[in-house]
Design a protein around this ligand. Structure first.
Ligand SMILES: *Cc1c(COP(=O)(O)O)cnc(C)c1O
Length: 393
């Protein structure tokens, strides 16, 4: 039996870094050295300087490459470092088509930094293939997909958009942060570059900031590797180790959190103080069928809009279990306020255009018992009703 016969859950533990070849240690050693002694004048060893290559970082890069079913992985100091380095594959005069409700930091990079380097962009509703086609220009060199999108959980048909990219000779980038390779494998659906904020589900414990990129084409791997080394935003070894430790439990965490998200989404959908629930796992989500076809699940993030900003404020002040914070994908549930957090970098009129209202909350479901979260939410919503917020309206 080869490694490839094992399932994803098993590969999280039984990969080529299961134990250290020299000591048998069942944990990847942390190699702090920045430089490596060379014992031959003419022939340097595999490692010379840790920005260019480090065994601890490399272990993580090999593990993520295998999990995403690519050939080469690259670890960066943050998700934005991974994304920004991937954008360096483009040149002045190029044009990008990009999901309109993309992560706020990516929006900022594209609109305020890349523009200064004469890289143009068009935001599109990526769920509408015609508008993707319509946005194509002679200089379109990349299509950038985030699916499910943030915070409205819109789902893009990855193969269909990658086909458009191929047809016009453009690269396709997919931000796979929300679903991770446990649920979705963009490279298998035709993407060229998969990007991650490993800060989220991959590491999973709100204790490290990291980014990853994976490609399958060896030539593209060479170009991205050269950019990683040139730009230099590499991941530190302690952080690489933390991501590797988090990865071992990725499947069980995703399973539990996703089941919780399904339950909570169904519950909130029936609550009279909840205006709308956004979760691709709900049968009436507009892209539910695409989500089912291209992934193994809808993930553990959902968004919901409360009936008014007043109710929203009272809810956030009353609810006890989730931390109220930016970020997602952790063992503890995280409640975020997209308008003021992940999408604060987006101007108010742009947020309005995208439906990111001031009473929208995003919930990343953690490892609590989902029934406790439901109890907590219900209690907060009852409190609102008793507090007379509704009557005051
Ligand atoms: C958090 C996030 C990023 C940015 O990652 P950092 O690790 O914070 O730099 C990019 N994309 C998505 C979808 C994210 O959630």
């Amino acid at each position: 039996m080869t490694d490839h016969d094992f399932s994803f859950e098993t590969k999280l533990l039984h990969n080529q870094h299961k134990f250290d070849a020299t000591t048998g240690g069942v944990s990847v050693p942390i190699q702090h050295a920045s430089t490596f002694h060379q014992s031959d004048i003419d022939q340097f060893g595999k490692y010379d300087y840790s920005r260019s290559g480090n065994p601890t970082r490399e272990a993580l890069e090999e593990i993520i490459a295998e999990l995403e079913e690519g050939t080469h992985g690259f670890a960066f100091s943050s998700g934005m470092a991974a994304i920004s380095t991937a954008f360096l594959l483009l040149s002045a005069g190029d044009h990008i088509i990009i999901s309109e409700d993309v992560y706020g930091g990516t929006f900022r990079m594209v609109t305020t930094v890349l523009t200064r380097f004469k890289i143009e962009h068009t935001f599109v509703d990526m769920t509408d293939l015609e508008s993707v086609e319509a946005a194509v220009q002679p200089n379109t060199r990349a299509i950038y997909i985030e699916t499910p999108s943030n915070p409205l959980l819109k789902v893009t048909d990855i193969s269909a958009v990658c086909d458009i990219a191929k047809k016009i000779g453009a690269l396709s980038f997919v931000d796979n942060t929300f679903l991770t390779p446990a649920l979705q494998k963009p490279l298998k659906l035709g993407a060229d570059v998969v990007l991650h904020s490993a800060t989220k589900f991959l590491s999973g414990h709100s204790d490290v900031v990291a980014g990853l990129a994976v490609v399958k084409d060896p030539l593209l791997a060479q170009r991205l590797g050269a950019l990683q080394n040139s730009f230099g935003a590499v991941l530190g070894v302690q952080d690489a180790w933390l991501v590797m430790r988090g990865l071992k439990t990725l499947s069980v965490r995703m399973d539990h959190s996703q089941r919780g998200a399904e339950k909570i989404a169904a519950h909130l959908k029936n609550h009279h103080l909840v205006k709308k629930v956004y979760y691709p796992g709900l049968a009436d989500h507009p892209e539910h069928a695409i989500q089912k076809r291209q992934s193994l699940g809808a993930g553990a993030v959902l968004s919901f809009e409360l009936a008014s900003e007043e109710i929203f404020r009272s809810f956030v002040n009353t609810v006890e279990l989730p931390v109220f914070a930016v970020s997602l994908g952790a063992v503890e549930s995280i409640l975020s306020y997209p308008a003021k957090m992940s999408h604060a970098a987006m101007p108010a009129d742009e947020r309005d255009k995208r439906g990111i209202s001031n009473s929208l909350l995003r919930l990343s479901v953690g490892l609590e018992n989902p029934d406790d979260l439901i109890k907590d939410f219900d209690a907060a919503l009852v409190n609102i009703a008793k507090g007379g917020v509704l009557a005051a309206k």
